[in-house]
Design a binder for this molecule. Sequence first.
Ligand code: NAP
Length: 223
Amino acid sequence: MRPFVIINSAMSADGKISTVARKQVRISGTEDMQRVDALKSRTDAVMVGVGTVLADDPKLTIKSDVLKRERVAEGKAENPLRIVVDSNARTPPTAAILGPNTLIAVTQQAPRLKVEELEAKAEVLVVGERKVDLGALLVRLKERGVDSVLVEGGATLNFSLLSLGLVDEVYTYVGNIIIGGSSAPTLVDGDGLTSDFVKLKLRQIRQVGEGVLIKWEVLAPRV
Ligand SMILES: NC(=O)c1ccc[n+]([C@@H]2O[C@H](COP(=O)([O-])OP(=O)(O)OC[C@H]3O[C@@H](n4cnc5c(N)ncnc54)[C@H](OP(=O)(O)O)[C@@H]3O)[C@@H](O)[C@H]2O)c1
């Protein structure tokens, strides 16, 4: 058993989630950011790859005080558990994501010193030998009561999760800009698939601000 997994991402009209410089760019507007905040407040955990931590240094907390208060009134923590998928413990000790209620998933090959540095600021969990074993990580999360996970990128983590059949829903916000650049990250990068593609069912499409929000259901997630 694993939690329900949702990928949420904002991309440009040409499918890029960032620029060739791999730094965060504003693709959506206030309305969509509020939607993501609300989505986040309804989930038990938020997950990113270490590439996103190194590029954007996100905090991944809920912005709205009202939503935070609602969670507390329901007996939940103010913010969802924050998870970084980080085989070699590359998360900088100064990263904004570190703090209470943060879990860094590393592997057996993560350097001991780096792990100890991170352990001073967050929980560190060893899952996998060389790459974080995402299936095993999700099972461990479910065992500790995490029923839903919101994945906020990036492109490499999105590919691993989708190709392993570990995703249930994908939200893509398509913003009204074009970024271009053949090496700029797209919604899903990684090695790519040449057959046996991940199939989706269109669940919702609506205009949000100056862009379009598309909600997809992943058909028959394999695990
Ligand atoms: N527009 C948006 O909504 C949005 C959201 C988030 C990010 N972004 C952008 O996306 C870019 C970052 O994406 P990214 O692809 O470089 O990085 P990423 O997907 O955030 O992180 C990938 C890294 O995670 C680690 N990892 C550990 N186990 C893994 C596994 N089983 N499968 C996959 N990855 C695993 C790997 O590093 P190790 O081998 O060291 O473990 C891997 O390189 C940035 O430019 C950021 O601005 C955009």
